[in-house]
Write a protein that binds this ligand. Sequence first.
Ligand code: FMN
Length: 387
Amino acid sequence: MPVITTIEDLHRIYRRRVPKMFYDYCETGSWTEQTFRDNCSDFAKIRLRQRVAVDMEGRSTATRMIGQDVAMPVALAPVGMTGMQAADGEIKAARAAEKFGVPFTLSTMSICSIEDVAAHTEKPFWFQLYVMRDQDYLANLIQRAKAANCSALVLTLDLQILGQRHKDIKNGLSAPPKMTIPTMANLATKWGWGLEMLQTKRRFFGNIIGHAKGVTDASSLVDWTASNFDPRLDWSQVRKLKEDWGGKLILKGILDAEDARRALDVGADAIIVSNHGGRQLDGALSSIRALPSILRAVGDQIEVHVDGGIRSGQDVLKAVALGATGTYIGRAFVYGLGAMGEAGVTRALKVIHKELDTTMALCGRKSIDGLDRDILLVPKDFEGDWA
Ligand SMILES: Cc1cc2nc3c(=O)[nH]c(=O)nc-3n(C[C@H](O)[C@H](O)[C@H](O)COP(=O)(O)O)c2cc1C
């Protein structure tokens, strides 16, 4: 059993274990990947103030996100095709999150369906919605999320059209993988993954097959998804979706103060400052760099969450000290899942929790709610002087 002390340890095992097609799908950004890289490297530009001789006993990382108790301010981000990173991946990740006491967000583009995840978990999870052209399908999806008792709808706003990831095109990404010669050669070296995959029936997009009109098998699914993300999504539809849903609404993909004000206007409960993990607009600011201006615009009126580039508890601490109420991890939990299944997701959460707790203490603080910018050393030009 390898000794795991960092998210990078899980990443290395993940890379060896999972087929190249799905590793590449996770580990890429769009076009030149500038934003993808900046998401991580900008966190490293912020430093921490070491404080000493402060009583560190009785610390707690517990707090609340959209009114829900969380063991630490970290949720699992929605990740499409999680069930291709490990067999039954969404169920495994949701169970790990539930046991740890952090929210799990199920993607519209998941392999395990809403109903399937609900049947294998005890507490409500969050559902991420992509807006599709097919209005009947969309209305039904919202109803299904309500029926499964999902406690928040995370509406993704930054993917009306797809940013291009070169490797996905070159690899012929699909779920399940098409058996080309390069894919078969690669799969032959990933027998651990393959054996588990052979034992599950969950290998297609569970929220779509059998629910969307005319989609009954994998071949019709490809055409349907390619043409069904709705490019017409606008703020009036966001407002309407909020009414249709009727519960807690989190708007994901906000990277601009003006859009943050629009989100406030439509009555969202929280926003996620996000550039989709660098997978959509290449050249956009990193999330952590965009966060301060958005906090100045709306931070006292709405919960501001952030994702993108979080690979450690130190990153979580920096985001929260800047003013975020919560953070999300995408790739960090996928590495754990691909490396070791449910236990790997738990391991990823434990690594981040320990880093967060210890680093908070070494900054002289005992609780998440008491954190502020005072523990940070932020370069004067961090936000950039853009014209
Ligand atoms: C492989 C992969 C698939 C993703 N699929 C979705 C998705 O289905 N819906 C969504 O809103 N965001 C999706 N995202 C974006 C994540 O929710 C999140 O914004 C991003 O992963 C955060 O960056 P990080 O991976 O650096 O933590 C995906 C990200 C990755 C890496």
